[in-house]
Design a protein around this ligand. Structure first.
Ligand code: PMP
Length: 329
């Protein structure tokens, strides 16, 4: 019989898939690391598992404890999966702008979701940062992973994602590209790949236009999950050799083309792969570019994959109806 003990045992070891259509005119090999094939549907399963196991070892998380984190998305799903396996409770705090569908995903896994008003300042007692801190104080046995400051976030990529990519490419990888949110993925994976290659692998962070990593102030952009308006502790400034800025328009164009031309229904931040394509354009045939695609596209059907939404922000002409989107773009 061939089976795993629990779905959590399937975290990691995601495949590399060659991009064939988006790379037309490019000589280098461009490989996508497809993270939606993790059991919770995103790269965040990796950090959830490692953060929880480290907290168990340090004693911060005790049997029967409660995981409390301000998150509405992928990290919540990863934590909920791991919590279920290990018998912890989960309370996630999210602002009310988060769609009901997203909250329901977390509830479906058995988590409790506390909703806070979006229209209050971060220092307000009802802001979702303050509510999560208060819950940590009030719930006995509560533990907050804090993905923006937890060193186990980049460590999971240093010990797992990086070695996987090195092994899967037989050490032939020359460039690694990933979008930067908490910075855990690029910092951990990048540091491992630099060390193992004696500095030969070039590490490229992709950042939405306006975010701090590419010199902005956090001006709003629509792509979700990447870019920040502050510098998280999980981002190691010494790892990236280059930061490439990607506009919302380019990002959404590439996201839609990944689904339509490569069969990869991926999330909006996967459009950061635009940076990988831009870099690969100038590279020779023997270059191997790996770009990490953080999550799947199902959570974005009413946004990047919705023609009306795209048109309302000017990414498609106002009369777009959908059937010929690729042609219009
Ligand atoms: N894409 C999505 C959809 C995400 O949720 C995140 C995490 N915020 C990222 C990309 C960026 O990954 P990291 O936090 O490791 O920088």
């Amino acid at each position: 019989m061939e089976y795993v003990e629990h779905v959590v045992d399937l975290v990691g070891n995601t495949p590399l898939v060659k991009l064939n259509s988006l790379t037309s005119g490019i000589k280098a090999t461009v490989l996508a690391k497809v993270e939606y094939l993790n059991p919770g549907g995103s790269v965040k399963d990796r950090i959830a598992l490692r953060m929880v196991e480290a907290a168990e070892k340090s004693g911060e998380l005790q049997p029967g404890g409660t995981i409390v984190e301000p998150t509405s998305g992928n990290t919540g799903v990863g934590l909920a999966l791991v919590a279920q396996r290990k018998g912890y409770k989960c309370v996630f705090v999210c602002p009310d702008k988060v769609s009901e569908d997203k909250r329901n995903v977390l509830k479906a896994y058995g988590a409790e979701v506390v909703v806070c008003p979006t229209a209050v300042a971060p220092e307000h007692p009802d802001s979702y940062y303050n509510v999560s801190d208060r819950l940590v104080r009030e719930i006995p046995g509560a533990w907050k992973p804090n993905q923006y400051a937890n060193p186990e976030n980049p460590a999971s990529h240093y010990h797992q994602t990086g070695p996987e990519i090195w092994r899967q490419t037989d050490g032939k990888i020359t460039h690694f590209v990933a979008g930067v949110g908490t910075g855990g993925t690029i910092s951990g994976t990048g540091r491992y790949l630099k060390e193992v290659s004696d500095g030969a692998v070039r590490i490229i962070g992709a950042d939405p236009e306006g975010s701090v990593y590419s010199g902005g102030t956090g001006r709003p952009y629509l792509v979700e999950g990447v870019g920040e308006d502050f510098w998280p502790e999980t981002y190691d400034k010494t790892v990236c050799d280059q930061i490439v800025e990607v506009s919302d328009a380019d990002s959404f164009d590439v996201t839609r083309r990944l689904a339509r031309e490569e069969g990869l229904l991926v999330g909006g931040s996967c459009g950061m792969a635009a940076a990988a394509l831009r870099v690969a354009r100038d590279l020779p045939e023997d270059a191997v570019v790996v770009v990490l695609l953080p999550d799947g596209g199902r959570g974005y059907l009413s946004k990047v994959f919705n023609d009306r939404w795209m048109a309302s922000y000017g990414f498609l002409p106002p009369d777009s109806t959908g059937a010929t989107v690729g042609d219009v773009l």
